[in-house]
Write a protein that binds this ligand. Structure first.
Ligand SMILES: [Zn+2]
Length: 354
């Protein structure tokens, strides 16, 4: 068993009744963790089914008649991809339990009013629900091997990923408070995982998230004034709404996305609706996730990631990590750190630096 104390850096959204974030829902945490685990497993050369199709199904008879000597191969023979083996599928239960045991989070603002950030030139803008901020403890229970994987996954999520829903709107950046007290996963975990999974390598499906198609970035800055955020384009109308929580977190994602999509994007790079998302009946989720700003050391930090499949990755990536755009959009002067692992080997190096 492991108790992981988690502090939110940006609001956490795990769904709820009637669109209200009444508490932290484990299912919302699980969905996001599974999504990142799938992307890692694909990047390491393993198989991860498309959960929206519910393809995996445990076949007891095939399991019993498998001649494989290692358990993972037997499970694969029985119809389970590398992700379902851990997260469960029809006929096969999840290998770990997860529970929020001490939820001390509260809504970022009261009521269900949405925060409408409308950067210059936009008619509609972005609508942000409150989400929850604060600390909670995540209790993981299960066999040692599964717990180790989940801890390694959570460490990745803490450094570069997100928890819960709406990451594309900047929700779900978190910090683990008690990492030093936790029995850490072995340093070689991902490398061993890659060796084990490699036997299964069968080409990339570019329609499903794979960390080898991702870029990650982190921007840090030290504003001169405490009200640095109030001059960002689109904030004039929401100053009184944002001010009460502006020392905790500031919703900068709309301003950045607006700058990238409407000031810098070029048609030749690909379909902008597929990349930036579309709010229509066939809702398409944006491929860029950028967090809100949150305090870090004696300054501020913003982090994000982009799934660069389906577009001209190189110019798009260069646009996202262009520090001048960040500085100009936020009216501050910061530094940007970026990582873009493109092969399993590079991904392993990236994961091991975490
Ligand atoms: Zn599966």
């Amino acid at each position: 068993m492991a108790d992981i104390r988690i502090k939110t850096l940006t609001p956490l959204w795990t769904g709820g009744v009637d669109g209200k974030a009444d508490r932290i829902h484990e299912t919302g945490l699980l969905g996001s963790m599974r999504w990142w685990y799938e992307a890692i497993v694909r990047g390491l050369g393993g198989t991860a089914c498309d959960p929206s199709r519910g393809e995996c199904r445990f076949d007891r008879e095939k399991f019993d008649t498998s001649t494989a000597t290692d358990d993972h191969q037997r499970l694969r023979d029985a119809g389970l991809c590398d992700v379902c083996q851990l997260f469960g599928a029809t006929g096969w239960r999840r290998r770990f339990r997860i529970a929020v045991v001490k939820d001390q989070t509260v809504p970022l603002w009261q009521g269900d009013q949405l925060l409408n950030i409308r950067p210059p030139g936009r008619n509609r803008g972005w609508f942000l629900p409150p989400g929850r901020m604060g600390e909670f403890t995540l209790r993981l229970d299960g066999d040692g091997e599964s717990i180790a994987r989940m801890l390694a996954l959570l460490r990745f999520v803490e450094r570069w990923g997100s928890l819960g829903a709406k990451p594309q709107l900047g929700y779900g950046a978190v910090e683990i408070q008690n990492w030093d007290e936790i029995e850490k996963p072995p340093k070689e975990l991902w490398r061993e995982e890659a060796q084990r999974l490699a036997r299964n390598r069968d080409g990339r499906d570019r329609n499903l998230p794979n960390l080898c198609d991702f870029g990650f970035f982190r921007y840090r800055f030290q504003p001169v004034s405490a009200a640095w955020w109030s001059r960002i384009g689109g904030f004039e109308r929401v100053v009184t709404q944002v001010r009460p929580f502006a020392t905790q977190t500031v919703p900068v994602a709309p301003a950045l996305k607006n700058a990238w999509r409407f000031q810098h994007w070029q048609r030749a790079w690909g379909n902008d609706q597929l990349f930036w998302g579309r709010v229509a009946a066939d809702r398409i989720r944006s491929k860029v996730a950028v967090s809100w700003a949150y305090p870090y050391d004696d300054g501020w930090e913003i982090r994000g990631s982009a799934w660069l499949a389906g577009v001209r990755a190189e110019p798009v990536w260069q646009m996202l990590i262009n520090t001048d755009t960040w500085n100009a959009t936020l009216g501050v002067s910061g530094t940007l750190e970026a990582a873009r692992p493109r092969t399993t080997d590079e991904l392993l190096t990236f994961l091991e630096r975490i």
